[in-house]
Design a protein around this ligand. Structure first.
Ligand code: DAH
Length: 339
């Protein structure tokens, strides 16, 4: 075997390789299983004993030299490819970046979170209740049998399935909470969307949020309700807020109340917000009616409870002087970016 011509041929062919694929093919030709270098090494056993040391030394030298040359050529080709791709797809890192538009929370979400946080501090858990309700839970179990005149307070969206409606208030959630926790005491707030079949105007929308509150246990009293509401109002509206309670009527509470807070007289919006009275209505509330307690699985002889319901959109309108409730769900960035 002519080792010299093998080395020369291999070296010349290696130099002619233009890219990585050609280099790898070259490697197979010389260093593959049947590769010429590999075969030259195998030939050693056929060489006459006297020539063996010289042959062995030479074939080894060639093998090592070619392998090193191959590795060097491969590294060079890879570097060249990288360089080419860098110049072809040049990236000017000195250009100013494009700022990603930063989102923000919806004003309704912010107010809702504030309300939830205040009640969380008072030990109320958040309970999510369904928006698609049945007539029974939305009305009947809240002490409003079919044809009860109080139902007129809630214009209702009905589905095509008889008895299945969109909830008109978060109060049916009270039934779900009670049935899950009875006979144990429970404190929960129930935030969520409600729907009413109303003529849309600056003051009423067909969808809006409510936050329901419910506390049930032995000896829960009206004083607890007043204390809770006062603490809430002062956290949300200011430490020196006064709370006024008026008697009212809801079928699911007895007695029922409506809660007003005073509004600072020096606020330029005071007249608009309080219609000149100095008082602003923020929620309906009361002591849970014994029939409702029973429907929820409690024994009204053993426990009592209070409940309240408020509209955070109304509260947001007050806090931020928003004069049209329709703005909340119109998704107009000019409105949303103000908060
Ligand atoms: N569900 C009533 C409404 O939508 C608000 C309400 C009043 C909720 C009194 C209550 C309550 O829990 O005790 O108008």
């Amino acid at each position: 075997m002519d080792l010299t011509s093998l080395e020369q041929r291999a070296t010349a062919e290696l130099a002619a390789c233009a890219d990585e694929a050609a280099l790898r093919a070259w490697n197979t030709t010389y260093f593959g299983k049947q590769g010429e270098v590999v075969q030259a090494v195998a030939k050693l056993k056929e060489v006459p004993p006297a020539e063996k040391p010289a042959y062995s030394k030479e074939v080894n030298r060639i093998k090592v030299a070619l392998a090193a040359a191959y590795e060097a050529a491969l590294a060079q080709v890879k570097e060249k490819t990288l360089e080419q791709s860098l110049t072809q797809h040049a990236l000017d890192v000195t250009l100013p970046g494009r700022r990603a538009p930063r989102g923000r929370l919806h004003v309704a979400t912010k107010v809702m979170r504030e309300i939830r946080a205040i009640f969380a501090d008072m030990g109320f858990q958040v309970y999510r209740s369904r928006e698609v309700e049945d007539d029974r839970t939305n009305f009947e179990l809240l002490n409003m049998p079919p044809h009860h005149p109080a139902r007129d307070m809630w214009d209702t969206f009905h589905t095509t399935t008889p008895g299945v409606i969109l909830r008109t208030h978060t109060s049916p959630g009270q039934i779900h909470v009670m049935r899950q926790f009875a006979p144990n005491p429970v404190r929960a707030v129930l935030p969520g969307m409600c729907y009413r079949h109303e003529a849309v105007s600056t003051r009423s929308e067909i969808q809006f949020e409510q936050v329901e509150g419910l506390a049930i246990g032995p000896n829960v009293t009206m004083a607890d309700l007043k204390g809770t509401i006062t603490a809430f109002a002062r956290r949300l509206f200011g430490e020196d807020r006064q709370v006024r309670i008026r008697s009212s009527y809801f079928p699911f509470t007895e007695p029922s109340i409506e809660v007003d807070i005073d509004w600072p007289k020096d606020d330029p919006n005071a007249d608009r917000l309080t219609k000149g009275t100095g008082w602003l209505e923020i929620m309906g509330a009361g002591m849970v009616h014994p029939t409702v307690l029973r429907n929820g699985g409690y024994d009204p002889e053993k426990v009592s409870g209070f409940a309240f319901g408020m509209g955070p959109q109304r509260i947001a309108m007050l806090l931020h002087a928003i004069d049209d409730i329709r703005l909340f769900w119109q998704n107009d960035l000019r409105f949303l970016q103000q908060f």
